[in-house]
Design a protein around this ligand. Structure first.
Ligand SMILES: *[C@@H]1O[C@H](CO)[C@@H](O)[C@H](O)[C@H]1NC(C)=O
Ligand SMILES: *[C@@H]1O[C@H](CO)[C@@H](O)[C@H](O)[C@H]1NC(C)=O
Ligand SMILES: *[C@@H]1O[C@H](CO)[C@@H](O)[C@H](O)[C@H]1NC(C)=O
Ligand SMILES: *[C@@H]1O[C@H](CO)[C@@H](O)[C@H](O)[C@H]1NC(C)=O
Ligand SMILES: *[C@@H]1O[C@H](CO)[C@@H](O)[C@H](O)[C@H]1NC(C)=O
Length: 489
């Protein structure tokens, strides 16, 4: 505190000296040698003002007058790079010493630059000055670091001051938007996006990604956001895409984008895993590979590599799809065929069984009706349906379904209603297997036939009885019981 006083004192001393030289202000000079402390000096200065103003410009008869600051405190919004003049009009202006401070650092006393300004952490340099013939602070080429509070204070017995708030506005600019490994990632690695941005006030960031050509904002459950970074751990292929960094701060907006490609081992997809054929009938086994990089596709028969030169097969590959054409000459030519795709990340395979037995599609159920498509190049002989009530039955009941005419040489469409076979309402588990002149197929996956879907009054009766055991529910129960008997007959 003492140090500060001393420095202000010294500054005033210097100022006073200069004033003396340029404006011949004798009054201050007269006292300077006697004054040892700031308070005294201030008193003196006040006295000087009075003296000066009283004299109406007459240097010899100064009377103390209290100066006022005419300017109001204000907020200055200034675009970066511009010049700003922070106003501080004082009345009366003659002989008044104004001090500009910024956050307790002295910038100017009168027109004199304070040494504190150079010691301060703000790099004011020579961009700051006092505007000619005024008490206004001029800042050229404003920078974001110039923002803050500036105080203009009249040094006198009763100091008066105003405070301006300088806000430096800068439209957001994206300096750099980067992704881990330039956005080329391997499945399972971590993705880090960094969006370096400048602007004032500090811009906010919104992250988004294009999904199916729709820009979707990324939320907390999609990624982790820390400062100007976004991270996703253990990335999957589905994280591939275009990412955006959108920034805004009320002054302007900006956007940058980066592409991310997550590569992994290929995935082989087979649409039909069991294919029926017959001796002399060509079967086409289809395989599709899902991969971002071009994979190498190979075929195997019962684990043995099928050479491209092999005459028994023909392979047609078009990009990510491959067909293997097989014309079996004997029973041994049937078996398990494997499609394998390989890229620099690894390989993946799926198998297709080429069989002579019938191949069944999934059972379709609609009320008591079931339908089924059978693929068999060999004549179908038996269609065996098995069903079991889910409420208590332990035994499977077997029904023979009539074999329909084949609509084309190797396809049979079965449509059958269980209406006449099911006497009791309830849920039934149903499965079908089919025999052709070679062998039995596997069972279909079980399907559930819900025979209750038609009105079953007895079910309602029991509900009424248990939930409302009052006397007036009895006639209703009797009616429903009667209906049940009628239905059963
Ligand atoms: C200055 O900017 C702030 C937001 O940064 C705004 O609220 C205010 O209205 C602006 N003032 C002027 C005078 O432009
Ligand atoms: C002003 O000074 C105080 C303490 O002296 C400091 O905490 C604060 O950060 C400064 N403000 C600015 C804008 O530098
Ligand atoms: C400042 O005042 C001087 C003399 O009083 C004058 O010559 C000069 O033009 C003034 N400058 C400005 C910028 O008003
Ligand atoms: C298919 O993949 C399995 C498991 O990755 C592997 O054990 C098998 O050898 C592969 N088969 C072929 C024919 O490449
Ligand atoms: C594979 O066979 C299917 C149908 O037989 C055909 O549509 C497709 O174009 C074939 N693909 C290739 C790569 O030969």
């Amino acid at each position: 505190m003492e140090l500060k006083r001393l420095s202000i004192c010294l500054a005033l001393f210097v100022l006073a000296y200069i004033s003396h030289c340029s404006e011949a202000r004798h009054s201050l000079v007269r006292r300077e040698t006697n004054d040892a402390n700031y308070d005294d000096l201030q008193n003196d200065e006040g006295a000087d003002d009075e003296a000066q103003n009283d004299g109406e410009g007459n240097d010899e008869e100064e009377v103390a007058v209290v100066a006022k600051i005419v300017t109001q405190s204000a907020l200055y919004n200034v675009t970066i790079g511009r010049t700003v003049r922070l106003e501080c009009k004082v009345s009366p202006a003659n002989g008044v010493v104004v001090q500009w401070t910024r956050n307790n650092t002295n910038y100017f006393i009168g027109t004199q630059k304070s040494y504190e300004q150079d010691l301060s952490s703000y790099s004011a340099g020579d961009r700051f000055s006092i505007a000619a013939n005024s008490t206004d602070l001029l800042i050229r080429d404003v920078r974001p670091s110039d923002s803050g509070l500036y105080t203009c204070e009249v040094l006198q017995v009763d100091p008066v001051k105003i405070q301006h708030n300088l806000a430096i506005l800068e439209s957001p600019r994206i300096v750099k938007f980067t992704a881990t490994d330039n956005g080329q990632l391997l499945e399972g690695s971590d993705l880090l996006l960094t969006c370096d941005v400048t602007g004032s006030p500090p811009p906010k960031i919104v992250w988004s990604r294009d999904e199916d050509n729709v820009n979707k904002r990324l939320q907390e459950d999609d990624a982790t956001f820390v400062g100007n970074t976004l991270s996703i751990r253990n990335v999957k292929r589905s994280h591939s895409g275009r990412y955006y960094c959108y920034v805004f701060n009320g002054v302007g907006t900006n956007q940058a984008e980066v592409n991310v490609v997550v590569r992994g081992r290929p995935r082989v997809h087979i649409s039909r895993t069991v294919v029926n054929s017959a001796i002399g009938v060509e079967a086409i086994l289809e395989c599709a590979v899902h991969d971002d990089a071009a994979s190498h596709i190979r075929w195997y028969k019962d684990g043995h590599r099928i050479e491209d030169s092999s005459r028994a097969y023909s392979v047609s590959t078009d990009g990510q799809r491959s067909n293997l054409s097989v014309i079996p000459r004997q029973d041994d030519d049937f078996g398990t065929f494997t499609c394998e795709a390989e890229n620099d990340q690894g390989s993946h395979n799926r198998s297709i069984d080429l069989v002579q037995s019938p191949v069944l599609e999934d059972l379709q159920v609609d009320g008591p009706k079931i339908s089924l498509t059978i693929h068999s190049h060999q004549p179908v002989e038996v269609i065996e349906l098995q069903l079991k009530g889910l409420d208590g039955d332990t035994e499977w009941k077997t029904l023979n379904v009539p074999v329909p005419q084949s609509s084309n040489p190797h396809e049979y469409q079965v449509d059958y209603s269980l209406e006449n076979d099911l006497t009791d309402g309830g849920k039934y588990e149903v499965t079908v297997k089919v025999k052709n002149d070679k062998s039995w197929s596997a069972h279909t996956n079980p399907a559930i036939v819900d025979f209750e879907s038609r009105p079953q009054p007895i079910q309602h009766a029991s509900v009424y009885r248990s939930s409302a055991p009052s006397a007036n529910s009895t006639p209703f129960f009797l009616v429903t019981a009667l209906m049940y008997l009628l239905v059963r007959m």
